[in-house]
Design a protein around this ligand. Structure first.
Ligand code: OAD
Ligand code: ZN
Length: 317
């Protein structure tokens, strides 16, 4: 682990200062969920088979409107319910239990913070979640059970207007939930300790939050690589390492490690043993995409009218 000293962080925690977390996909990779932008293992580097005009199109609302198949190919892999929370998630729970959690801003749609026991009042799911679904045209809601059922037969569509239905995760081209803005308005001036973890800080407006906190805030980066402007302020602490490694180290210093390990082990028992490494998961997704591609070839043979190039051209504009 490459770190600067944790002394100021530990002092501030011991004084009773509260912690605000800013999470990204890297906090869940050890649960078996791939992140987006890591070379080789990240989701975006493994989407070639979907013939997307660019990787992020899989989460782009205009692309979804034209062709929702790419998203629905992946969605089965990403749906919550198959992955247990990590040690890092339980570190958040410990801060909540000690009365020292201010807020958890997360870009993740995997709901693992909730599964680890973080209460709704603390969680801001900036990019939405799988908890609800609606028609992209008339906005009529559809239950997750119905979506799951319809997904097995094809793309879920609205019973009223026949528009495609998608989970309420925020796609590129869509606005963030109101809770994101209202919470941040209230919290922004009041973040004394910020822990930024497992994110490349590339997607705005989330990516700019850590630079909006006040100058005396202790900003801690727990990430495999240096990102954003972290390291540019004198109070910044860089922990360039895995998120779980960071959680273990901080818990050890605070003497919370016995509790952390117990929570983690209980979580593993309750939500299933971690069955897949990120690499195995990525391979599974690659296989799925290959199957999908082969099916596409058959579909294309059967339907010569499908004009993908037109769509690609349109999206390039
Ligand atoms: P990214 O995939 O862009 O970044 C993940 C970061 O976590 C990278 O800097 C990795 O090096 C780091 N990382 C990976 N595994 C780690 C581990 N075990 N420990 C520590 N660091 C690790 O993911 P996000 O920043 O979350 O949006 O991506 C932001 C948004 O882009 C997502 O919410 C998603 C995506 O498009 C939507 O779907 C709307
Ligand atoms: Zn509709």
């Amino acid at each position: 682990m490459s770190t600067t000293s944790f002394d100021n962080l530990v002092k501030a925690i011991k004084k009773g200062k509260k912690v605000t977390f800013f999470n990204g996909a890297g906090i869940s990779t050890s649960a078996g969920i791939p992140d987006f932008r890591s070379p080789d293992t990240g989701l975006y580097s493994n989407l070639a088979k979907l013939n997307l005009p660019y990787a992020e199109a899989v989460f782009d609302i205009e692309y979804f409107r034209e062709d929702p198949k790419a998203f629905y190919t992946l969605v089965k892999e990403l749906m919550p319910g198959q992955f247990p929370p990590t040690k890092f998630h339980y570190l958040l729970k410990l801060f909540q239990d000690k009365g020292q959690l201010k807020r958890v801003y997360t870009q993740n749609i995997d709901t693992l913070e909730r599964l680890a026991g973080i209460d709704d009042e603390y969680i801001v799911e900036a990019h939405g979640s799988f908890a609800s679904n609606r028609c992209i045209d008339c906005k009529k809601e559809m239950s997750s059970e119905t979506v799951k059922k319809l997904m097995n037969k094809g793309i879920p569509s609205c019973e009223t207007c026949d528009g495609y239905v998608k989970p309420d995760i925020v796609f590129f081209g869509e606005g963030l939930p109101e809770k994101f803005f209202s919470c941040w308005n209230g919290d922004c001036e009041d973040v004394d300790i910020a822990i930024i973890a497992g994110t490349s800080l590339t997607v705005h407006p989330f990516a700019s939050l850590p630079s909006e906190v006040h100058k005396n805030c202790i900003r801690v980066l727990a990430n495999k690589e240096k990102v954003g402007d972290l390291g540019s302020r004198k109070n910044d602490i860089l922990a360039v390492c895995g998120c779980d490694e960071f959680a273990e180290k901080l818990a050890r210093i605070l003497q919370w490690d016995v509790e952390l390990n117990k929570m983690y082990e209980d979580g593993q028992k309750k939500y299933g043993k971690q069955e897949n490494s990120t690499e195995e998961k990525t391979n599974e997704i690659k296989t799925k995409l290959k199957e999908n591609d082969e099916k596409d070839v058959k579909d294309e043979e059967a339907n010569e009218n499908e004009d993908v190039s037109k769509l690609v051209e349109k999206l390039k504009i």
